[in-house]
Design a protein around this ligand. Structure first.
Ligand code: TRP
Ligand code: SF4
Length: 400
């Protein structure tokens, strides 16, 4: 019913690392060639947990956008913007809050989980409880049907679907839709009305797409119907009232295969990350310092790649021949760990070189980044405004 559209957001965490790249960004970069995409900095979401220390959010946001661009997000392919610069998200959030049952929010599993995990913060706030609803607004306002997210965000997506359904149920249908639709059918005149009914039945009972298309063509031709009657007849054909918000679907992002330098998940707070803008010297130093299979105390001790975090990086960066060389050389003590790490270092440097170059370009020209964001915000806003017009009308808060 609606054109395909992808939307996703990221909280501004500052400069990104290889874990972000191999997990989320590479996927976004692929999607931008396949669908119209909107990607934004979720700075309001950052405030839900960082309201007591908001100073870094702006800087983190700008650093993150530079890294998006450096990694290959293309402003000519995707719309890149900042959540707080599209205030319609806040308006939709507010209006939807009127019909959001408190229990639905309290039952989202991330609510209690995050409160426990971040127990040093007071997260018994209105804003934090509303996190999933704000996220729903981010998605529903673009009538996006595809939302690339990690596993941890799946409950929020499910929540967004339920909110869209509830909204459409409450506001998407005229109170007397069925009768008004039938009346509109009669206005087609008896011959066309009979044809319409027949085609509608064929579509609804047998899923006959051709029948649907014929009926739609028939409606296109009719001259004397009012706009609203036509709308009703289009909606009635497909068995829906007027759909105002579209139910989004999660596009599950596979967990990154890129582990941290110690084999655990890569994360800035674990100190095991390689930033996208890391210098070649730092990359080399960090990989050289990586722990290896503890069994290889001496160069002459054989090892087992399965017990070594360096092997995980070979799985990301090395071809089959190199991997065989590692397997063989490690088990027979034929190669040393310093040697073994070299192709990994080269793989990472090769991947990061163009990113560092682009990051430098954008870092030195903040005006370009600002212009990209201004353009993205404007495009996003145009789409958001369209949806808000329908939402306001449906909820009776339109004063024109
Ligand atoms: N909550 C998401 C996260 O932490 C970020 C986010 C905010 C988001 N709004 C969104 C993701 C809308 C997808 C769509 O990862
Ligand atoms: Fe790890 Fe390579 Fe050393 Fe084996 S040779 S322990 S895989 S670094």
């Amino acid at each position: 019913m609606y054109a395909e559209r992808v939307v996703s957001g990221m909280r501004p965490t500052g400069a990104l690392h290889l874990g972000h790249y191999h997990g989320v960004l590479a996927n976004w970069i692929k999607l931008q060639h396949e669908y119209p995409c909107l990607f934004f900095v979720a700075d309001w979401h950052a405030l839900t947990t960082q309201y007591d220390d908001p100073r870094r959010i702006h800087e983190n946001a700008m650093d993150m956008v530079v890294d998006w661009l450096a990694a290959g997000l293309d402003p000519n392919q995707a719309t890149i913007f900042i959540q707080s610069r599209v205030p319609e998200h806040a308006e939709l959030h507010l209006l939807m809050s009127m019909m959001t049952p408190l229990g639905w929010l309290e039952r989202v599993p991330t609510y209690k989980d995050q409160q426990e995990k971040l127990s040093h913060k007071d997260l018994s706030t209105y804003g934090f409880l509303g996190y999933p609803l704000l996220m729903s607004a981010d998605i529903l306002i673009y009538r996006a049907n595809k939302v690339p997210v990690g596993e941890d965000q799946i409950p929020h997506l499910e929540f967004s679907r339920e909110i869209a359904r509830r909204f459409n149920h409450l506001f998407g249908r005229e109170p007397d839709f069925e009768n008004k639709a039938k009346e509109a059918v009669r206005k087609l005149g008896s011959k066309k009305a009979r044809l319409y009914d027949e085609l509608r039945t064929r579509f609804q009972q047998d899923g006959d797409k051709a029948a649907l298309e014929r009926a739609q063509a028939l409606l296109e031709e009719v001259q004397h119907l009012s706009v609203i009657d036509r709308e009703r007849l289009f909606g009635y054909l497909e068995g829906t009232g007027k759909m105002i918000l579209a139910e989004p679907e999660a596009l599950l992002t596979e967990a990154s295969k890129m582990p941290g330098l110690d084999g655990a998940k890569m994360s800035k707070s674990y100190g095991n990350a390689i930033a996208l803008r890391e210098t070649p010297e730092e990359v080399t130093r960090k990989v050289r310092a990586m722990p290896t299979d503890p069994a290889r105390m001496r160069r002459t001790d054989p090892g087992d790649p399965q017990k070594c975090p360096v092997w995980q990086l070979h799985r990301v960066y090395s071809d089959n021949a190199c991997r065989e060389w590692v397997q063989e050389g490690c088990a027979s003590a034929g190669i040393g760990c310093v040697e073994c790490k070299q192709p990994v270092i080269e793989g990472i440097l090769k991947e990061l070189a163009p990113m560092r170059e682009r990051a430098r370009h954008y870092g030195e020209n903040p005006g370009i980044v600002k212009a990209i964001l201004a353009d993205g915000c404007e495009k996003a806003r145009d789409l958001a405004k369209e949806t808000m017009r329908d939402v306001r009308e449906a909820m009776g808060v339109e004063y024109n």
